[in-house]
Write a protein that binds this ligand. Structure first.
Ligand code: GLC
Length: 445
């Protein structure tokens, strides 16, 4: 089946127009209705996309995000837009400014984090500035010099507060921290979260996404909010969280992104004469987390898995988590080849019923596969973009290009949806999603 759509030039123009429409001045909302604030990993992808249009505007996006960094080094998963309404849980539920000693008073933020893709944006800012004149290059370099200590603090916080046992694996206290909120990866761990008494609430997401079948259930939502109450009970204190949290998992996908980001930042640091000690530390983290991810891999297939620290159990799932080692490396060659074949083969991207050869969020042959449900089956263009970026870095340009070409076909409808049904290409979730547009711009820019 051939789907007609916008030409690459038209698509890039529409993507740029969309980002302008979602721009509040110094921050781009993740999406106009469903997500009217700034999300951490969305903002990084948005900045990477904006860099092809304006290095200055991309820098401003990251500056806004980093202005919300906690004194511990954590970059919070949401920075709330001052006047926006219509999102729950908002700042009055998180109460970080009042309860967390390390949270900023302004801007208001959530109290959890998200995957560290920010160095990709820094890299794109530097890449694009190199093609411009001295003035723009100056903007990018001034930004890097000014924010280098903050980027180091962010990475150091992840490597220490979120890997207290030095396993080379990042611990999450909430499924939302993975960015793959409702993935089957977290089902078993959530079952052990038993909500107690807490203030009532009204969900906003189901009034925006018309079909509740695509969204988490109310029982799931109770658990999400109970975890927030547990964090609040210890003032979001990193030292105290391990003793109170009902959800504690080591996330391989997050850890793989972290390993890649540390390596990238080390190269950037070296190129820009940053302190040797910082570069050494980044290289050591990259190595530790690469080995941490590889240590979870299956002895034959190379597929990685998360680990539930509370149940003391590995969480093998047929989800994107399996492919974490392809992002950061660390496997021996036979297993790496086996894993790449699995990714491209008929259980994943090469499944005969898929409209495009793109990775769905769960394998189409898995019992847990739901092609329209949030993080349980649909294709996220931005995740494809992350794989494509990582594959190009790993020295696999053909694989990177194929993902890009297939994804550009999928999004040629010009809707820039949050996610897509893998068999029909139906646009789902929120429309005009900023990071979908930004990924497309980066590909076409
Ligand atoms: C959803 C996604 C998360 C994303 C956010 C904003 O919560 O699961 O990854 O950051 O939407 O787009």
């Amino acid at each position: 089946m051939i789907r007609r759509g916008f030409s690459p030039t038209q698509l890039a123009a529409r993507a740029a127009y969309l980002l302008k429409g979602n721009d509040l001045g110094a921050m781009t909302t993740a999406a106009p209705k469903l997500y009217p604030h700034m999300w951490s990993w969305d903002a990084a992808i948005v900045a990477a996309g904006l860099a092809s249009l304006s290095v200055e505007r991309a820098v401003r996006e990251l500056d806004t995000l980093l202005s919300a960094q906690w004194s511990t080094g954590m970059i919070p998963h949401i920075v709330f837009a001052p006047a926006a309404t219509g999102y729950f849980p908002g700042p009055e539920r998180w109460e970080t400014a009042r309860l967390a000693a390390s949270a900023p008073k302004k801007p208001e933020t959530s109290g959890i984090t998200q995957p560290p893709v920010h160095v990709i944006a820094v890299q794109r800012i530097l890449d694009h500035s190199r093609r411009r004149g001295k003035t723009v290059r100056g903007v990018a370099e001034e930004f890097l010099n000014r924010r280098w200590p903050d980027l180091m603090r962010w990475h150091r916080w992840l490597a220490t507060a979120r890997d207290q046992g030095q396993h080379g694996l990042i611990t999450l206290y909430h499924g939302w921290e993975s960015g793959m909120d409702n993935s089957p990866r977290w089902d078993a761990a959530y079952e052990n979260v038993v909500p107690g008494r807490m203030p009532g609430y009204v969900r906003e997401d189901i009034s925006v996404v018309g079909d509740p079948g695509q969204r988490p259930t109310n029982a799931e939502y109770d658990r999400y909010l109970w975890l927030v109450e547990q964090m609040k009970s210890v003032g979001y204190d990193d030292e105290k969280l391990p003793a109170v949290m009902g959800f504690q998992v080591q996330d391989v996908f997050f850890s793989a992104i972290f390993a890649m980001a540390c390596e990238m930042l080390a190269y950037i640091g070296e190129d820009h004469a940053k302190p040797h000690a910082d570069v050494r530390e980044l290289r050591a983290w990259a190595e530790l987390f690469r080995s941490g991810v590889a240590s979870t891999a299956h002895h034959r297939s190379g597929a990685a898995s998360d680990f539930d620290l509370i149940a003391g159990q590995r969480i093998p799932t047929d989800t994107l988590a399996m492919f974490a080692p392809l992002i950061c490396g660390g496997l021996d060659r036979p297993r790496e080849m086996a894993l790449a074949r699995l990714f491209e083969g008929s259980r994943w991207c090469g499944h005969p019923d898929l409209l495009y050869a793109l990775p769905p969020s769960t394998s189409p042959v898995s019992k847990q596969y739901r092609p329209k449900e949030y993080w349980r089956g649909p294709v996220w263009p931005v995740i494809t973009w992350i794989f494509s970026f990582a594959f190009a870095r790993r020295g696999w340009p053909e694989r990177a290009a194929q993902l890009k070409d297939e994804a550009l076909r999928l999004v040629a409808d010009g809707k820039f949806a949050e996610y897509y049904e893998p068999h029909t290409g139906e646009a789902l979730g929120s429309m005009q999603q900023s990071w979908t547009a930004a990924a497309v711009l980066d590909w076409l820019g």
